[in-house]
Write a protein that binds this ligand. Sequence first.
Ligand code: G3P
Length: 218
Amino acid sequence: MQLFLDTAEISEITARTGAGLVDGVTTNPSLMAKSGADIFERIAEICAAVDGPVSAEVVATDLEGILEEGRRLRAIADNVVVKLPLTADGLKACHIFSGEGIPTNVTLCFSLNQALLAAKAGATFVSPFVGRIEDMGGDGLGLLEAIREVYDQFGYETAILAASLRSATHVEMAARIGCDAATLPPKIFDSMILHPLTETGLKAFLDDWKKTGRSGLT
Ligand code: G3P
């Protein structure tokens, strides 16, 4: 399963690389705006910092504008994935980019029908927003299951990228469901590593070792 960091902050990315755990990065206009950075410069920096797909999102909403922005973003680096909204024009752009071999991430997916259309349009990734569905009282994980079932049934190769995840449990569930990827805010990524028994167990091991009076292993 691929794990992406959902951030536009370079320091949040570089602090978590080096263990083979970060497979890529996703950004969106809100994260980019929060960073205050120039989108072209920041996407170039992120692409240099990670060896994997980096989703960069268009802000145009008409087909011509989406195509123009998507091509400019894609020209930044070979690992740019053009992130497109799940709208009629976004899906047309997805189909065109797919024909040109440009990878895409169709975002803001909230229903099985939308995911079906993204796959038919040739999306590389589809991003169902689990947390935002749950915020509205819906079944975000149920949507992931339904998309997995339908994609497998018809052999669609679009990768399911679980997004808008709110907890480490969401990540575990996305993995069990068979999502191809998940994108995580840095603090959720960090929480995957932690378990209280690991912490207390390590402390007990080290305390026992210290009682021997040895320093280090000898
Ligand atoms: O980047 C897309 C998605 O992960 C956004 O999540 O927390 O803003 O719903 P959130």
